[in-house]
Design a protein around this ligand. Structure first.
Ligand code: NAP
Length: 219
């Protein structure tokens, strides 16, 4: 069943070995910079939860994404993520990467989560573009061994780019039309004074406005 997901999952696949099957908990880990979190991320987490029979999805805002430009302070991105996920009882937010300090390495995050949730199967959910880069991350073998990966993308994404054969059965793809919304576009919209309502939850829009986030070039 899992192999079928190596192309694109669009139905309730990958359920072999769910809590219904072997009693193991299935934990989704939603990794991202979330600068800011938006509706596309929320739809993606909920769809992955359903398709893969996950018991819970923990959002893990990256503390210091070391391969990236300047990002908004971690505490703002953390609070935005808490506000966005509060109404879903299956979602939670972890401070793991924020409190650890130093450059954010997924290998360390997965090691910590593996220790804490020793009886769970781990599923790391993130953007397909990020998954493409796994081999450049720290300890890629350990990363791919510790968790299965769910690569989220928009329907028009060139799946040929993913070359999934490299990853064996460790990576599956899900298409999420709502990911046409992007954090980059939201930051640009705020800078240009354009509306972001309905692209982010109302609480997130209010927080961005109150804290004057993303108003200046480079924010
Ligand atoms: P990114 O380059 O900002 O994101 C790549 C693409 O994926 C963007 O289109 C982004 O859309 C989308 N995306 C990001 N997170 C997503 C999610 N959870 N669900 C659906 N789409 C998502 O990648 P990033 O946010 O910096 O990194 C993603 C994850 O990979 C993080 O957990 C990060 O720590 C990890 N990572 C680890 C290493 C390492 O260990 N060495 C290196 C790089 C990244 P938006 O811009 O709209 O979010």
């Amino acid at each position: 069943m899992w192999d079928e997901c190596n192309s694109v999952c669009s139905s309730r696949n990958g359920l072999e070995g769910t809590t219904e099957g072997n009693g193991r908990r299935r934990l989704g880990i939603m990794g991202g910079t979330f600068d800011p979190v938006h509706i596309g991320h929320l739809v993606c987490a909920e769809e992955a939860r359903w398709q893969f029979g996950l018991d819970e999805v923990v959002f893990v805002p990256a503390g210091q994404p070391w391969q990236k430009r300047q990002v908004t302070p971690a505490e703002d991105r953390y609070l935005l993520t808490v506000l966005a996920t509060a109404s879903n009882p299956h979602f939670s937010v972890s401070r793991l990467e924020i409190d650890r300090g130093g450059p954010t390495y997924t290998a360390e995050t997965l090691r910590a989560l593996r220790e804490f949730h020793s009886a769970a199967d781990l599923f790391f959910i993130t953007g397909a573009d990020a998954v493409l880069e796994i081999l450049t991350w720290k300890d890629p073998d350990a990363v791919l061994q510790t968790a299965r990966f769910i690569a989220a993308t928009r329907p028009e994404f060139d799946l040929g780019k993913l070359d999934l054969g490299r990853f064996g059965d460790r990576v599956s793809v899900i298409q999420i039309p709502a990911l046409a919304i992007s954090s980059t576009d939201i930051r640009r919209r705020v800078r240009e004074g354009r509306p972001i309502h309905y692209l982010v939850p109302p609480e997130v829009a209010s927080y961005i406005e109150e804290r004057h986030l993303y108003e200046h070039p480079g924010d």
